[in-house]
Structure formats: C-alpha cells, structure tokens
Design a protein around this ligand. Structure first.
Ligand SMILES: CC(C)(COP(=O)(O)OP(=O)(O)OC[C@H]1O[C@@H](n2cnc3c(N)ncnc32)[C@H](O)[C@@H]1OP(=O)(O)O)[C@@H](O)C(=O)NCCC(=O)NCCS
Length: 157
C-alpha cells in the first residue's frame, strides 16, 4: 500500500474524527465527556482547520490513515498540537512521513524550531519523537488532567 500526504479538507472531518478518537483511546478511555473526545468532534476539526495547518495521510483508496496539525508564529517557532496514525497501521513509517512533510513545509516558511507536548505515559510517542531528533525541554505536571503530566519536546530545524 502507498500512502500520500495532502491538506485536510472539510469533507475529511468525519473520518478524521473517527481515526483520532480511536488513536487516543488510551487517553479518553471511551469517555464521551472527556475533553479530548469532545475536541475531536467533526465540527471542532473543521474549526481547527481555520486556524491550524492540517495535513492528512491517505491510502491508495483515499482512506484517512494519519493526521498532523500545526500553528506557526512570526518569531519562527511552530507548535504541533496533534499527530496520529491509525492503530492498525503503526510502525510502518506513516508517522515519519507526516512529520517529514510538515518539516519540509516549515523550512519553506522559514520556521526554525518546532515543539509539542506528549503525555508522560505515552512512551511510544516519546520514543517516536526522540528517534526523530526531538529533545526534552520541559515537564508540565497535572497539565492536561489530574495525573496527566506533559513532556515538552522540541527540535531545531
Ligand atoms: C506516535 C505515532 C504518531 C507514531 O506513528 P507511527 O506511524 O507508528 O511511527 P513510524 O512508523 O513512523 O515510527 C518511526 C520510528 O519511531 C519509533 N517508534 C514509533 N513507535 C514506537 C513504539 N511504539 N515504540 C518504540 N519506538 C517507536 C521507532 O524508532 C520507529 O522506527 P522503526 O519502526 O523503524 O523502529 C503513533 O504511535 C500514534 O498515532 N500514537 C497515538 C497518538 C499519539 O499518541 N500521538 C502523539 C501525541 S500528539
């Protein structure tokens, strides 16, 4: 299967919502009242797309398999709120494909640094970013919820 990266369009919202809710089950645990479950509602994803630059990974059939979002600043630093790959397609290089395309676009825009937060128990994502040259720059306790510390990782481009 080949995977390609393209910009998010509003008609992706339903399938992206389903994929993100599946990808972050470890965080919201199926609780539809959780802030994260709500934040991935299709209407919110459409709202995000008005202020964030969102890329999706699609397979040969056009199915959504991955997602990466970002915002940039005038001082050359980008923030990446969310990266996800469909559960059944992990460790196949799709996460790196999304990250590399985002970095390519950042460099074109003159962005010199990117940063993001990863929940401390999300060891697979921490491994993923460390493998991709991110370093730990901070630690935020009880940040996205009680008992959910966030590790601040960054990378100079
Ligand atoms: C983090 C995430 C996006 C990585 O996507 P992925 O497509 O599986 O990553 P890749 O296949 O490109 O992995 C690249 C490298 O990262 C490292 N890596 C990725 N997942 C890993 C894991 N579970 N354990 C250890 N290392 C891992 C490996 O070095 C891997 O290379 P290798 O497979 O050749 O050893 C994916 O695990 C995910 O969607 N997680 C749930 C959502 C999430 O927590 N997002 C991050 C917070 S915003």
């Amino acid at each position: 299967m080949n995977y390609t990266i393209r910009e998010f369009v509003e008609s992706d919202a339903e399938s992206v919502s389903e994929m993100l809710r599946e990808s972050f089950e470890w965080f919201h645990k199926g609780d539809h009242e959780s802030w994260l479950w709500k934040s991935f509602a299709p209407s919110n994803l459409i709202n995000f797309s008005k202020t964030q630059d969102i890329l999706v990974a699609v397979d040969d059939k056009g199915e959504i398999v991955g997602y990466i979002s970002s915002t940039t600043t005038l001082y050359g630093v980008a923030y990446v709120p969310t990266v996800a790959v469909r559960n059944s397609l992990r460790r196949m290089g799709i996460g790196k494909l999304l990250l590399d395309e985002k970095i390519r676009r950042f460099r074109e825009q003159g962005i010199r640094k990117m940063w993001l937060l990863v929940t401390h128990i999300n060891t697979s994502a921490i491994e993923f970013y460390r493998k991709n040259d991110f370093v730990i720059e901070g630690y935020l306790r009880d940040h996205t919820g009680p008992g959910y510390d966030e590790v601040l990782l960054s990378r100079f481009l």
